[in-house]
Design a binder for this molecule. Structure first.
Ligand code: HEC
Ligand code: HEC
Length: 277
């Protein structure tokens, strides 16, 4: 009798454990309780699969040049343009050729005590416009905002991404990670299912990329958009695909998420503007 009960208990545990694993993040838990997935494939395996899947078309496209290069040039002009009530340009404080901002972008996003949270390049640009120039903040994802972000980041091109999650940044990194593993939307997906667990698998006409290089190429020109856009635009797109409600640009959640994902690219050279399908 007891033997049978024991058998039933074992059976139940075996049946229930995968079901319980569906709750990758336990309600109210911190990230210590996140059940991480094993990476479906490495970035090297992804590159090989990508070639088999799409052939050489993306490389050929890249040889024709990246349309975002024009935006980058406009960003440089904007950087040198006086705007706002204080009669200043970015160059007035950060050097004519951005000398003083070289190497800055590879440390972003980063914790900033003044906002008690995570600062991004795009956000800092608007903070400088408002506080240092007496100018209006630029609408996120507008041409000028993207162009300036692109220019500031390009000043660190080729340098290794080196985002810190030490000290006060850690808490925000953990929040970003938790978001990445939180089920959302009509289909109850989370980001990590596609970009960790099932990386290198195909979804309709797409090949899922592992997230190792999700942080090294923004802003990027995207064929599907026919435009250049930010990493956070991509967050919004993936959330729409998940049938979840996208969040506003530079919301706390997206800044934490940007920190989490950029940290996964630590050690890789920053290369903007990127280009993707
Ligand atoms: C009047 C001087 C001034 C102007 C003009 C100015 N900034 Fe700044 N900028 C600062 C100061 C001071 C800081 C240090 C952080 C702070 O106080 O916001 C800073 C910080 C930054 C940083 C982060 C640097 C770091 O080491 O983390 C970036 C990037 C930046 N500014 C870009 C710009 C851009 C782009 C413009 C033009 C839209 C601009 N700034 C205009 C004074 C200025
Ligand atoms: C149903 C699968 C799926 C889910 C869930 C998903 N994505 Fe994606 N994501 C894709 C596909 C498909 C692409 C385009 C191909 C690729 O690079 O993987 C993509 C691309 C991206 C890229 C651009 C990669 C690059 O190299 O430019 C980022 C960043 C990204 N996703 C972030 C997220 C985040 C953050 C979440 C959660 C909020 C998420 N994704 C959820 C399918 C998904």
């Amino acid at each position: 009798m007891y033997k049978n009960l024991f058998k039933i208990a074992v059976c139940l545990a075996v049946i229930l454990s995968p079901l319980m694993a569906v709750h990758d993040v336990w309600a109210g838990g911190d990230s210590a309780s996140i059940q991480e997935y094993e990476q479906g494939c490495t970035y090297e395996e992804y590159e090989k699969t990508y070639l088999e899947f799409y052939g050489n078309s993306t490389n050929e496209m890249a040889e024709e040049g990246n349309p975002a290069e024009l935006m980058l040039d406009d960003g440089k002009d904007l950087y040198n343009t006086v705007d706002g009530s204080k009669g200043k340009s970015c160059a007035s404080c950060h050097g004519e050729n951005g000398e003083k901002l070289v190497g800055v972008a590879v440390k972003y996003p980063k914790y900033d005590p003044a906002i008690k949270g995570i600062n991004t390049v795009a956000l800092q640009i608007n903070r400088c416009r408002e506080n240092q120039m007496g100018a209006k903040p630029l609408k996120y994802e507008s041409y000028d905002q993207l162009a300036l972000t692109l220019y500031v980041k390009s000043l660190s091109n080729g340098m290794k991404i080196n985002v810190s999650i030490d000290g006060p940044a850690r808490k925000f990194y953990e929040k970003g990670k938790k978001f990445y593993y939180t089920r959302m939307g009509q289909w109850n997906f989370n980001c990590a299912i596609c970009h960790v667990k099932y990386s290198c698998k195909r979804v309709r006409t797409n090949l899922l990329s592992p997230n190792r290089r999700h942080g090294d190429h923004w802003p990027s020109y995207r064929l599907k958009w026919g435009k250049t856009g930010s990493m956070q635009r991509r967050f919004r797109g993936c959330m729409k695909n998940m049938r979840a409600k996208p969040l506003p640009y530079q919301s706390e959640e997206y800044r934490n998420l940007e920190l989490y994902l950029t940290y996964q690219s630590n050690g890789l050279p920053l290369e903007v503007p990127g280009m993707r399908m």
